[in-house]
Design a protein around this ligand. Structure first.
Ligand code: K1U
Ligand code: ZN
Length: 169
């Protein structure tokens, strides 16, 4: 297993669109394992392959407090999203120390494949629904700060630049 490097916003590679996985083989299973290890090491609740510069439709998620309920979604697609929306505070391992409210559909149904290639459907609400939508956005090259007003996005960029300067000095 290996820890992967997480790309940091505004790295342009975060905006690449991920391709579908056509064969779920040993190399895909290894990527998913490494992604899970990277997510746990970074204390995140989700990670999309895009964030580790792998542009294939692979997501790992674990929202459990015990950190023992790993969900791997290969080729995830949202089948249905509720009209009802809810705002949650989101964070992102690619945008460190920035937490902002984003409004998204409250309930979703997702279809994906597991590591054996079997299709499954998942109904999600609450934090799981938020996290799945956030990760599927990454696969489309979208970072959560893009939901914010231009003014807030500029403030985020300024805060990230200041953080980076603090780390260097
Ligand atoms: O995509 C990522 O970078 C992972 C991200 C997932 C996420 C968290 C919160 C809302 C939507 C998506 C994180 O894990 S950020 C760090 C974190 O553990 C966290 C932040 C806020 C609330 C709960 C957890
Ligand atoms: Zn993220």
């Amino acid at each position: 297993m290996a820890l992967l490097t997480i790309l940091q916003f505004p790295d342009l590679r975060l905006h690449k669109v991920a391709a579908p996985v056509d064969k779920i083989d040993a190399s895909i299973r290894q990527i998913a394992k490494d992604m899970a290890q990277t997510m746990y090491a970074a204390a995140g609740i989700g990670l999309a392959a895009t964030q580790v510069d792998i542009h294939q439709r692979i997501i790992v998620i674990d929202i459990s407090e015990e950190r023992n309920q790993l969900i791997t979604l290969i080729n995830p697609e949202i089948l249905w999203a509720s009209e009802a929306k809810k705002a949650w505070t989101e964070g992102c391992l690619s945008v460190p120390n920035i937490f902002e409210m984003v409004e998204r559909p409250e309930h979703i149904r997702v279809r994906a494949q597991n590591l054996d290639g079997d299709f499954f459907e998942l109904d999600a609400d609450g934090l799981l629904a938020v996290c799945i939508q956030h990760e599927i956005d990454h696969l489309a090259g979208k970072v959560f700060v893009e939901y914010l007003s231009q003014l807030k996005q500029n403030r985020v960029r300024t805060r990230l630049k200041k953080q980076a300067r603090r780390i260097v000095s």
